[in-house]
Design a protein around this ligand. Structure first.
Ligand SMILES: Nc1ncnc2c1ncn2[C@@H]1O[C@H](COP(=O)(O)OP(=O)(O)OP(=O)(O)O)[C@@H](O)[C@H]1O
Ligand SMILES: [Mg+2]
Length: 226
């Protein structure tokens, strides 16, 4: 059996990653490809526990290296217990964020540097990399407006409190955007930048063009359609 593919969606807050992952999943499923959707940090029971420490508003005030170690512990769980076993069974795995987010948030924006991040990544994953990464790109002001979490102080139980990163301010999110564009430039075979300042249908149309070229898949006529 052939190994499944591993596709990641990366980008700052509110760039449409979660929205487009749903489109991608239904598109691949309609083509008869067995695929699963997952996310980081998280994706397994243990890794989701670590997620709560890091993304919740009251998750904690972590030293950047401690934070990176927690993220890589979660990623190791995710790889060993979910991503690799699924791929070995021939399933395609689509992940909402992966190691590029650590490269950008911890390595660049929080200043840990490339050597630390690449060392940790090699320790948990060796040479493994995604087959394809979509870098969703938008002006961070628009992204934060879309994600709608930055200025909310409400503790309404219905509202997401997974906003620890969103609350870090525009300067941080501009660094994040530049960081993802840098990753795309330094990993040109794997990464494709998608202009996220378009309608969801137009964005998915562009993504399905990439899938067609990269994996020889049939083109979607419009969002989610085959
Ligand atoms: N192309 C688009 N145009 C306008 N609004 C959009 C578009 N794509 C998504 N949205 C809306 O923007 C918000 C953020 O989208 P989404 O949750 O998909 O982004 P995300 O990158 O997953 O965000 P986060 O980093 O917060 O998880 C949602 O309310 C979504 O409905
Ligand atoms: Mg999301």
């Amino acid at each position: 059996m052939q190994h499944g593919k591993f596709i990641t969606l990366e980008g700052g807050e509110g760039t449409g990653k979660t929205t487009q992952i749903q489109n991608l999943h239904s598109y691949l499923t309609r083509l008869g490809i067995d695929c699963i959707v997952t996310r980081e940090p998280g994706g397994t029971a243990e890794a989701e526990k670590i997620r709560n420490l890091l993304v919740q508003r009251d998750g904690g005030d972590w030293d950047p290296l401690s934070e990176a170690l927690l993220l890589f512990a979660a990623r190791r769980e995710h790889l060993v217990k979910k991503i690799w076993p699924a791929m070995q069974k021939g399933k395609w795995v689509i992940s909402d964020r992966f190691v590029d987010s650590s490269r950008v948030y911890q390595g660049l924006a929080q200043g840990l540097g490339e050597t630390v991040i690449e060392g940790l990544y090699y320790m948990i994953a060796g040479e493994f990399e995604p087959d394809l990464t979509f870098i969703m790109d938008i002006n961070p002001e628009e992204g934060l407006r879309r994600s709608g979490k930055q200025n909310q102080m409400s503790l309404d139980l219905n509202e997401s409190t997974e906003d620890r990163y969103e609350r870090l301010g525009l300067g941080f999110h501009e660094k994040v955007r530049d960081g993802f564009l840098h990753i795309a430039k330094t990993h040109p075979k794997r990464c494709v930048i998608i202009d996220a300042d378009q309608t969801p249908d137009a964005i998915f149309d562009q993504m399905s063009d990439v899938l067609q070229i990269k994996f020889g898949l049939k083109k979607a006529v419009k969002s989610g359609a085959v």
